[in-house]
Design a protein around this ligand. Sequence first.
Ligand SMILES: [Zn+2]
Length: 162
Amino acid sequence: MQQLNATQIKKSFINTSRREAEKITPPANLAEVGWAKLEYFGWADTKIPQRAYIIVPVDDVPRGLMLRVVPIAKSQAMCSWCEDLHETIGVRMFTAKKAGSSGRNGNTLGTLIHGNFECSEIVRNPPRAVEGHNDFETHVSMRISKLNERATNFVKRVLGEK
Ligand SMILES: [Zn+2]
């Protein structure tokens, strides 16, 4: 994804009020983020517990989601964004308020995502023996496009477009 600055990030939120978005603190080290190898950018709020944010580029437009971390009983789960079969520890349940009036009426959507938002790194891991006969590059680019698709679909569901 393209590099974002703090202003672009604050402007990208689709499921917050303008005032809420204004109060969001993006991470300080934005210039050091490896944007080119990210399908989405996520971080946990350092001040507000159980609050996290994800920015997904959808048709090259950054779309920001404010998320709430929901404690789950299971210690392992499959991440619904990268669907990695092995990296099942540290997956958290997040809920996003829906965009617009639907969200104001209390509607939310839940999803399971790697709690440290490392899906982009995970999909670039070398394939394991059980994961088919594709060469490394095909395997990774397939996983990247799937991650892209799942992240985009979640944003579209939050927007009520899916
Ligand atoms: Zn993941």
